[in-house]
Design a protein around this ligand. Structure first.
Ligand code: S3P
Length: 436
């Protein structure tokens, strides 16, 4: 646990227009696809959080050029990947390491992947198993953990059923398949975020997506070489979630979030908050680099408890901690189903949320893969120091609670917020949130 503590205190009437940093999923993919493409890709709006910077360092280690031209402005020149001179340290990022393992697997190279303490505890077999079946060779630490040693090479095909609805697993397979000419197919019963598909197309790759009776079938086509392009990355809805919920629960608030990614496969939190009675308006809908983008206006609203179906989980998997905070302020019970994957994120998020809510005076429990929060219909007591377990989203969620609870809320591991939302406290401060 890092003990850099941040504290949030009562901050009514949040007001203003803000822009959150670039989408994390798209930022990792932009760097990796740029590093595989022929030519030089220009990226604007890149998230410059620690996770994505680790991916930038990784693609350089594989032989690509990744240069920062100015704030969030990058240029990446692709290469045929070669063995890195040292272990590739992916920091805190599950997306970074799983996508990089996939992208590297089809090259004739050897590499070792490592990460921080949290990442070293996370399961890698979900990507190693399908990639092994395509022909890649891996040695992993006990239980399929990092460090992972890859011996890459010529890959065959795969037909993979993505039972966990994991976009990271799907993406690792598609990226590995770029170096193969065999059939590469991923079938999804529940569709996961499709940024890899959208961005592969933007780089000129042939890719088919077909709705079949068994689910959504994603298939690489014949042309799999990538050509450099220009990308503009919109704001991350998973980061926008924090000021958005803060504005809902802090009385007298009126906040607009500019240029947020609203891809339907990422929009489960917006749907759920609307069902809870949130006053949200989606304005100026448009497209940016093949993705749906809009401005979102939000005003404080009395919320009511709802039941969130398991099928919605893939479209809001990173948003349950902040939804649990909204649920604590809502009137009545909120039940969220299908949260098994939360136990293997940057921390065991189900356990961390339950402990944090209890510390802040909110009744909650788990029941199998469901989380049940008894909403207070008003501000919770707060007045606790919450253990964030080195998890950026747990830290930001409980700081949001502290902005509108009766007593301040502190979190440890506040330095980890920079993995996904650099400038969080400053941006929140610009709308009147008091976070020190
Ligand atoms: C991501 C996929 C999700 C999500 C993660 C980002 C991605 O993970 O939790 O933060 O960019 O592909 P899973 O693929 O494990 O569901």
């Amino acid at each position: 646990m890092t003990d850099d503590v941040a504290t949030a205190i009562w901050s009514p009437a949040l007001r203003g227009t803000i822009e959150v940093s670039g989408d994390k999923s798209m930022s990792h993919r932009a760097l990796i696809l740029g590093a595989l493409a022929k030519g030089t890709t220009r990226i604007s709006g890149l998230l410059e959080g620690q996770d994505v910077l680790a991916t930038a360092a990784a693609v350089r280690a594989f032989g690509a050029r990744a240069e920062r031209l100015g704030p969030s402005e990058w240029r990446v020149t692709g290469a045929s990947w070669r063995s890195p001179a040292a272990p590739v340290d992916c920091g805190n990022s599950g997306t970074g390491v799983r996508l990089l393992i996939g992208a590297a697997a089809g090259f004739d190279l050897a590499a070792v992947f490592t990460g921080d303490r949290s990442l070293a505890g996370r399961p890698m077999n979900r990507v190693l198993a399908p990639l092994r079946s395509m022909g890649a060779d891996f040695e992993a630490s006990e239980g399929g953990r990092l460090p992972v040693r890859l011996r890459g090479g010529r890959l065959g095909g795969i037909h993979f059923r993505n039972d966990k609805a994991s976009a990271q697993v799907k993406s690792a397979i598609l990226l590995a398949g770029l170096q193969s000419d065999a059939a590469v197919e991923v079938l999804e019963m529940a569709p996961s975020r499709d940024h890899s598909e959208n961005m592969l197309r933007a780089f000129g790759c042939d890719l088919d997506v077909e709705e079949t009776p068994d689910g959504r079938l994603v298939r690489l086509g014949r042309r799999r070489s990538l050509t450099a392009t220009t990308l503009e990355i919109p704001g991350d809805p998973s980061s926008a979630a924090f000021p958005l919920v803060a504005a809902l629960v802090s009385p007298g608030s009126d906040v607009t979030l500019r240029s947020v990614l609203v891809n339907p496969l990422r929009a489960g939190l917006f749907t759920t908050l609307a069902e809870m009675g949130a006053d949200l308006s989606v304005l100026a809908a448009r497209h940016l680099s093949g993705e749906a983008v809009a401005d979102i206006a939000v005003r404080s609203s009395p919320l009511r408890g709802v039941e969130v179906p398991a099928e919605r989980a893939p479209s809001m998997i990173d948003e349950y901690p902040i939804l649990a905070i909204a649920a604590a302020f809502a009137k009545g019970r909120t039940v969220m189903h299908g949260l098994g994957e939360l136990r293997v994120k940057e921390s065991d998020r189900l356990a961390a949320v339950l402990a944090g809510l209890a510390a802040c005076g909110v009744e909650a429990r788990d029941d199998g893969d469901s989380l049940i929060v008894e909403g207070l219909g008003g501000p919770p007591p707060g007045g606790a120091k919450v253990a964030a377990h080195d998890d950026h989203r747990i830290a930001m969620s409980f700081l949001v609670m502290g902005l509108a609870s009766e007593h301040p809320v502190s979190v440890d591991s506040a330095g980890m917020i920079g993995t996904s939302f650099p400038g969080f406290a400053t941006i929140m401060g610009s709308i009147g949130a008091r976070i020190a």
